[in-house]
Design a protein around this ligand. Structure first.
Ligand SMILES: N[C@@H](CCC(=O)N[C@@H](CS)C(=O)NCC(=O)O)C(=O)O
Length: 221
């Protein structure tokens, strides 16, 4: 039975899972959960994820939620050969990826708090300038981490990079102008963008959401 992926393409955690599915070369069926139309509150979706959040995934009898757990499961179950490096089996390597799975959640939280995307989309608000320093310190943390290595855990791509990438990329919705302060981060973003599945997962969703966000921030008179 094909994997059922419950997805909303603007959602960074959803796109991180989709990058994992594609990196592993898995076949899956995408089921779009329209968050702005309350798709996450429908009983059929709540039967899969009672928390009413995307992403979620059904694989056989398993109903899974929480993007990082899903990405780790997909690697545990399906990664073979070289693909195992996405989530290494060696405990000492794996714990580094786990650390960065948690750290990228903190990074995402700092970014989201600053962006105030719910406020912008629903109430005509602006980003929260008093949260900008915290967001920048999260970016600086990643920038320093990337000083002497190509990816968040050494020189090999792991699932932690997918979560870091979609979190940082989300700032494009604001046409964030301070990326120049984080040159190593920018180089890593370029590496992530160049992955063969990155465009298919991220570009259209980001373009549409950026246009929508910009219209909300700068409404035509
Ligand atoms: N920790 C969860 C967070 C999931 C989450 O917050 N998803 C958001 C979209 S990015 C959502 O579904 N929001 C809908 C809602 O809360 O009603 C994960 O990583 O999967």
């Amino acid at each position: 039975m094909v994997i059922q992926f419950y997805h909303y393409d603007v959602s960074p955690p959803s796109r991180s899972v989709e990058m994992t599915l594609k990196a592993l070369g898995l076949e899956y069926k995408t089921n779009i959960v329209e968050l702005f139309q309350g798709g996450q509150k429908k009983p059929e979706f709540l039967a899969i994820n009672p928390r009413g959040k995307v992403p979620a995934l059904v694989d056989g009898d398993l109903k899974l939620a929480e993007s990082r757990a899903i990405a780790a499961y997909l690697c545990n179950k399906y990664a073979k050969g070289e693909k195992q490096s996405l989530y290494p089996t060696d405990p000492e390597k794996r714990v580094q990826v786990d650390m960065y799975l948690y750290i990228t959640e903190w990074v995402f939280d700092q970014i989201i708090e600053y962006m105030n995307i719910g406020g912008i989309f629903q109430r005509g608000e602006k980003p929260k300038d008093d949260k900008l320093d915290a967001a920048k310190s999260a970016l600086k943390f990643l920038d320093e981490r990337l000083e002497n290595q190509n990816y968040l855990v050494g020189d090999t791509l792991t699932i932690a990079d997918f979560f870091g990438y979609t979190a940082v990329l989300f700032l494009d919705l604001l046409k964030f102008s301070a990326f120049g302060e984080f040159p190593k981060l920018v180089l890593w973003m370029g590496r992530m963008k160049a992955l063969p599945y990155s465009e298919a997962v991220n570009d259209k969703a980001m373009q549409t959401a950026t246009a929508y966000c910009q219209e909300k921030l700068n409404p035509k008179k």
